[in-house]
Design a protein. Structure first.
Lengths: 412, 412
């Protein structure tokens, strides 16, 4: 049976850059494999959500996987939590958190706690399952992520995602009081819980052994937890059930892994995947080829993050070079038989903007019986004259399922 | 900060015409500036509402400004009223009206009252604030527009826009009885009010001094008011608030001015703007350039109406020549620095149809960091191979806001 691969090069698309003679990094890069893919496939431009809408990586992937981000997405927290292995359930309220440093006057002196790297698991262990006075029925789930990052999940009745952040965003200020963002009793209750949580985290962590050692070494202690990026875990139908597929997700960042996880996909961890331009693309390639050639999966979602990172950093040369490296990965995937291979990006991250924009992204589909068009290179501008014209992220799975002859007829 | 200009040449698009060797007027016209704009920009075709839908100028502009015309638009009355300076509020029921001539037997002998031009302000003064027996709580606002045209606004509780016209559309008939168009008590009440209004207008105006003089001069008196084009004033969020812009509207007709006004835009009046092919394009150009170069506005909506008028009149040569004149205006706008300049039409008004059709219109966007495409002339057919492919009116503001780096990211 023919398989489907959707490969999303995060933030790869861009705007014309003067230093590249008004070409984009993807236009300027030497990408023989991507260009061959364009030549052998059907091409177009894609609006991840709709024209002009600035998609996040999360909302774009949600859309491409066939879910409506306006229904499913309330914030980043749930996906970050799921991405690091917290078993979230629909209705949970989840937050991203920072391990931060607070002084005796209650002022945040370092939002990243000296960019702490070690000991966070022990610290998290002291916070996880914490009971909060007056809210003993609410389950507190807390887990460390990479570096100074962590996630908090609140589980119980009567909670809401309509609450503000506690992170003051700048050092030198106290934690922001969490306030309810609507008039519901649920929001009021959740805000109270969070304020208690922040206060209690300081009490629990102030004299924590890990922090005592850090202070001895002259490092900033991770003595307070600051939640932000709230979201309610959505009730999404399983991706496999929805499309009748056995699916896997090969992603680098917790955010995209979390989307795969919440959609019920198998996560394939890749050794050496950093999410940066230094990531181990060889290792990623091996994982992809192995999953695609095996019998366990008939759909694989791939996200490679480095181009987006370079875009956010405004690093033109690094973005261009990383795209050239990814081209080799594309070349290996092209060697796999009996697949529909879709290559695209989740949004543009122009070097000039250093953030996502709503410019459309190129997309190509290669596989059996494709209506091959005249496009011969893979980039933002060549793509628009291809046979797909202009589609949306939400069209991708429908088109793929149809090509794979796995979709139901609507009508007679 | 970079500014945005959306210039809409009303009804400019057309269908191929045999007498033009199967070219459209826009294809046949000599438009070096528009063609240069196409060459420097990104091009596409646009469906003002959606493919095949015959848009009005009003519904198209509403859509392009980012509102849903299916939600916002119930009829032309509210926009005509706002366009001539009546301060309408959401919930008002507004009508276009004719000053007409009624004989002693109650027959309309001249729907346009001898195309009256003078004295309408005094006549309107006698109608404005009229009290209607049994409906003393309903405020009657009445104001003259140009020529034989006027507007009526009803304000109060329990009104509806589900009522018929009183205009019989042909001379030689009595005013049509206004009937409710649904079963609601509000529609019944509003129909009663309108019938009373028409009757009372005749009583008040029959012996009005302006009409006595007209009769003396052998002119048809404006002795009855016939409302039509009912609409409920919509509750629309302010355009400036919605997009975070300081906006101005430079339009010729009351209808488009009214849309700008109801959206909360500043209206810039232009001396000599007639809405016809005889309009003062030099004066319009000066207003545009002055507004675009000043500090008061970062968004300007422009509507120029002559091509639509020529289209409705079936005047091919005049339409073509007017487009050539507008080309000079485009040339002046292109000289302004630091703008995103969007040129399009609100619908097609083909010479052969003499009315609007649902054919898509060309659109071009020029400005910083645009993904310039290979299109080198601005017209209905060249446009479709451009980088925008096919978009909708409702995409325009999203795309512009994204290019201006003024839109919020949805997601992370």
């Amino acid at each position: 049976m023919v398989k489907g691969i959707v490969m999303i090069i995060d933030g790869m698309a861009d705007r014309p850059i003067k230093d590249l003679e008004y070409r984009t990094p993807l236009e300027a890069a030497d990408t023989p494999n991507m260009d061959k893919l364009a030549e052998m496939g059907i091409n177009g431009i894609m609006d991840p959500i709709k024209p002009g809408i600035r998609a996040g990586s999360d909302t774009s992937h949600i859309s491409i996987l066939g879910y409506d981000p306006y229904e499913v997405y309330t914030g980043r927290g749930p996906f970050e939590a799921a991405g690091i292995g917290v078993e979230v359930i629909a209705g949970d309220i989840a937050f991203r958190c920072n391990f931060s440093t607070q002084d005796e006057n209650g002022i945040i002196t370092d939002r990243r706690a000296g960019r702490i790297r070690e000991g966070t698991e022990e610290i998290a262990g002291s916070i996880d399952s914490m009971k909060l006075e007056g809210f003993e029925d609410i389950k507190v789930i807390f887990k460390e992520s990479t570096g100074h990052r962590a996630v908090l999940v609140l589980r119980g009745m009567g909670l809401s995602d309509k609450v503000s952040d506690s992170d003051p965003k700048h050092d030198g200020k106290p934690p922001k009081e969490v306030i309810p963002l609507d008039d519901s009793p649920e929001a009021a209750k959740t805000a109270q819980i969070l304020n208690k949580f922040v206060q209690k985290s300081y009490k629990v962590l102030r004299d924590h052994p890990v922090n005592q050692k850090r202070i001895e070494k002259g490092e900033n202690p991770a003595n307070v937890i600051l939640p932000r990026g709230v979201g309610a875990v959505p009730n999404v139908p399983s991706f496999n059930g929805k499309f009748g597929l056995k699916s896997a997700c090969i992603a680098e960042t917790g955010l995209i892994k979390g989307i795969g996880k919440i959609a019920g996909m198998d996560l394939i961890d890749v050794e050496g995947a950093t999410g940066g331009i230094d990531t181990d693309l060889k290792s990623i390639t091996e994982s992809i080829v192995s999953a695609a050639k095996g019998d366990n999966y008939d759909f694989i979602l791939i996200n490679i993050d480095g181009a987006d990172e370079a875009g956010h950093d405004g690093e033109m040369e690094e973005k261009l070079k990383f795209i050239e490296k990814v081209d080799a990965v594309v070349g290996e995937i092209m060697k796999i038989d009996d697949i529909y291979f879709i290559l695209t990006a989740d949004h543009s991250t122009p070097i000039s903007v250093m953030d996502h924009t709503g410019d459309p992204v190129p997309i190509v589909i290669k596989g059996p019986e494709i209506r091959v068009d005249n496009v011969k290179s893979f980039n933002e501008r060549a793509a628009h004259s291809g046979g797909l014209c202009r589609i949306r992220g939400s069209d991708v799975m429908n088109i793929l399922m149809d090509l794979m002859n796995r979709s139901k007829k609507f009508g007679a």
